[in-house]
Design a protein. Structure first.
Length: 94
């Protein structure tokens, strides 16, 4: 797997964990939610299937202004994922 693919995969992992916490999920519900989101991430810069699911879930939870928050978080987590992989000098264990 090339570096860009590892970064994308790691970003999806971070995004899924952030979303579960933002939706106040914990324990097995959080793990199940994270796993389900990770299967939706396609690794593209937009990750449209993942963003569509997050849009739906955040709207259902009544979280205001979620679209811009989710998109901002997606961009910032791309940078975080890239940094973490370089810093750790490892392949993402996603």
């Amino acid at each position: 797997m090339n570096h860009a693919a590892r970064v994308a995969k790691h970003r999806i992992k971070l995004m899924s964990e952030w979303a579960a916490a933002a939706l106040r999920l914990s324990g097995s519900k959080a793990r199940g939610y994270v796993d389900s989101l990770r299967t939706l991430g396609d690794g593209s810069p937009e990750d449209l299937p993942l963003l569509g699911k997050l849009d739906s879930d955040f709207a259902a939870a009544g979280i205001p202004d979620f679209r811009e928050i989710v998109r901002f978080k997606m961009r910032s987590l791309f940078e975080a994922a890239q940094y973490q992989l370089v810093r750790d000098g490892r392949s993402a264990r996603c």
